[in-house]
Design a protein around this ligand. Structure first.
Ligand SMILES: Nc1ncnc2c1ncn2[C@@H]1O[C@H](COP(=O)(O)OP(=O)(O)OP(=O)(O)O)[C@@H](O)[C@H]1O
Ligand SMILES: [Mg+2]
Length: 360
């Protein structure tokens, strides 16, 4: 079973919430829709579910056009940001309810409920009603209720957003494990990049109703397609520094950045970098620190020091007052006001053209 969106657009009046989107989710694959608030994630999910009809384009389940089918006909399992449990039923009854549609023996039903309850740590609260359990527990009941059936696909909208950090971490792993065993396509909407990076086989990064990039967690992190993706993925944020390309000789490029010269070996890409004004993208962990000025270094002065446990985050500024974030191991002592010479690891450096598109 495969989910496919072909040229899907959704307008609300004059406003276009999703614009000409193509997406394919294979059986057993987890795809996360990631992007800032209002970018169209929930709208996309609702169109896959059948809760919203596309203004243009088509939705396919297993090569079958389901654009006009209801959620029931599509047999999707959904967990939404605002889940709806039956308030008068116990947790156990809430879990059992979706199973009545399937012709199971009582013992099979009980076994399924017991399994789902165990996976989501609900065994002790099976007798309670939704008003007698905590918010996080309600969310877990909603997830359990979705995985208990045999749906065509799983659709989650911010499923973990109301859980505390610890529970979220263990739930991420647990849901991932459950999904692995089910071989169904899964779409998870989130604006939490950690959730996307840890749970997704592929991440779809959206902005203003448009897909900016689709790729594995590694691809979107290591090779962001544009400055939007580059700044959206990764914490602390990637440094995006304005620079001027002064010279390309063969595969080598010379960049002028804040009055200092940086040399990069661009390889094959050298001839493709047409623009003079470029943005240099460097991850905060991709610097080595030198105490002396040297070739290929960026001179900064440290302003704010934030210990983060095993690492320290330094907010520094260069001469032209641009902030540069640097993460160093805890052992590397840095004081406020220290002048640092940052040498970028060119293997972890990106170059974007004037339109913000990655050219290297
Ligand atoms: N029924 C509707 N009528 C009019 N506009 C809508 C409707 N549903 C969504 N929108 C608009 O479409 C855009 C996308 O909404 P959507 O809910 O898909 O965003 P989202 O990415 O899920 O955001 P969030 O992260 O805040 O949940 C928003 O600007 C929203 O206001
Ligand atoms: Mg949403």
């Amino acid at each position: 079973m495969t989910i496919e969106l072909r040229n899907v657009t959704k307008n609300f009046g004059q406003f276009t919430a999703v614009r000409d989107v193509d997406l394919r989710v294979d059986a057993g694959e987890v795809v996360c829709l990631l992007g800032p608030s209002g970018c169209g994630k929930t709208t996309m999910l609702r169109m896959i579910a059948g809760l919203e009809t596309p203004s243009a384009g088509e939705v396919f389940f297993a090569e079958r056009n389901v654009t006009k089918l209801t959620p029931e006909q599509r047999n999707v399992a959904m967990v939404f940001q605002f889940y709806a449990l039956y308030p008068s039923l116990t947790v156990e009854q809430n879990l059992t309810f979706p199973l009545y549609a399937e012709n199971l023996s009582k013992s099979k039903r009980q076994a399924r409920v017991a399994d789902a309850a165990e996976i989501l740590q609900l065994t002790d609260i099976l007798d309670r009603t939704p008003s007698e359990i905590a918010e996080g527990e309600k969310q877990r009941v909603a997830v359990a209720r979705a995985i208990i059936r045999e749906p065509s696909c799983f659709l989650f909208d911010e499923p973990l957003s109301r859980l505390d950090v610890e529970l979220r971490e263990s739930m991420r792993a647990q849901i991932k494990e459950v999904l692995l065993g089910l071989s169904k396509p899964t779409v998870i909407v989130t604006h939490d990049q950690l959730e996307a990076l840890t749970m997704a086989d592929r991440i779809t990064i959206m902005r203003d109703g448009v897909i900016e990039q689709i790729g594995t967690p590694h691809e979107v992190f290591a090779k962001p397609a544009n400055v939007f993706v580059a700044s959206f993925i990764g914490t602390p944020q990637m440094n995006l520094l304005e620079a001027r390309l002064t010279d390309t000789t063969g595969q080598d490029a010379a960049l002028m950045l804040d009055g200092e010269l940086l040399k990069l070996n661009l390889g094959e890409a050298a001839s493709a970098v047409a623009s003079q004004e470029v943005t240099l993208g460097i991850r905060p962990r991709a610097f080595s620190l030198q105490s002396e000025t040297g070739a290929n270094s960026i001179t900064v002065s440290s302003e704010i020091i934030e210990p983060m446990g095993a690492e320290t985050l330094i907010h520094a500024r260069n001469k032209s007052d641009t902030e540069i974030r640097v993460v160093v191991p805890r052992e590397r002592r840095v004081q406020i006001g220290d002048v640092l010479h940052l040498v970028p690891d060119t293997g972890q450096t990106q170059l974007f053209n004037e339109q913000g598109k990655a050219v290297w």
